[in-house]
Design a protein around this ligand. Sequence first.
Ligand code: DI6
Ligand code: FE
Length: 420
Amino acid sequence: MAPVGKPFPTPAELPFDMADTLHLWRNARIAACDPAMTRLAQGALLTRGSRIEWVGAERDLPGEYRPDEAHDLRGAWVTPGLIDCHTHLVFCGNRAAEYAERLRGRSYEEIARKGGGILSTMRAVRAASEQQLSDESLPRLESLLAEGVTTVEIKSGYGLTLKDEAKMLRVARSLAHALPVTITTTLLAAHTLPPEYAGDPDAYIKDVAELWLPALHEEGLIDAVDIFCEKIGFSVEHARRLYDSAGRLGIPVKMHAEQLSNLGGSLLAASRGALSCDHLEYAGAPEAEALAAAGTVAVLLPVAFFCLAQERKPPVAALRHAGAEVAIATDCNPGSAPGSSLLLAMSMATRLFGLTCEEALAGVTRHAARALGMQGERGMLTAGKAADFVVWSIGEPEELGYWSGFNPCRSVIKAGRRVS
Ligand code: DI6
Ligand code: FE
């Protein structure tokens, strides 16, 4: 892994000859994570600079290729670099004291209504400098990278002023210069109502939709927009207004929907072609059908389900029946999901939600890429995709989603370069 603080060169910054170098990664077992979930027992990958040039059975490697370097993977399993498509990992402080209160029986919603919860992290983030925010967030990102995560989505939502949301987003973007990872950023100013707008959520959403969104978009700080559609968050009507503005600017939309109750958010999100709807414990068959029909990815967040000791599970059977694409993410945040392990989220998704190990693997590769609008670029080992992949010390891919609290990642290749 590149040392912290030393910029990791993006493909465009590499010297030309290096960018064009052909590397052969041979003697591999490959889980391609394409729609057929292809597995190759005697596989090879050829990378040209930061892209995959060719993947297949080693004996079929076309003779015209003359690799500059060959790497023997000694029969190890290789998957695409994992993608954590829903995190709030840029924040300061922690909420262990609130967790203790919850252990004594207070609910997450009760704590939020009394000015704790997201607002308590907001106070810590507002008080922090960009450097502090970055220093506190880096170890969480490093922990993901150590597990083979090569792409991470990071949401704002603890600044809740234009200036502090911009600060969070800049820090999120800058982390991609400190570590070998692709970062996408999502504006989640519509996370909770900040004190400056107490009693007037309409005015807040108006400012976020009509002033903040265009300004942050103009600065190139956001790749998508999200909203917490919930009784302790914002209404479906607020989401509609935010989405209208995003639509005018051509910014993709996402939603935290149906986590604690069913307000009908996911039906709106699906009708607007949202990239993803996330949480979904209170969704049912109509929502599953709508998501599948719209191609909106259902992102399941089992760590939040676990840490909130929720009882109601997302409608996995209905999502399967409808043919919806299901992704898994950490939801890394200091309140409902204080953790930074995508492998643990996978094993919770299998044990707690009943996903198969194969579904969990698709959920952190191909489907997660789609939840970020990156399906053309990432999430599968096929020609033309980014050369991001992981070499595992496992006997079969089902071990991903099986171990809980053990990391079998052996080596990570990011943009064609071995980074760990
Ligand atoms: N749902 C979540 O799981 C996070 N945000 C949200 O809208 C929790 C954020 C927090 O409690 O800090
Ligand atoms: Fe979240």
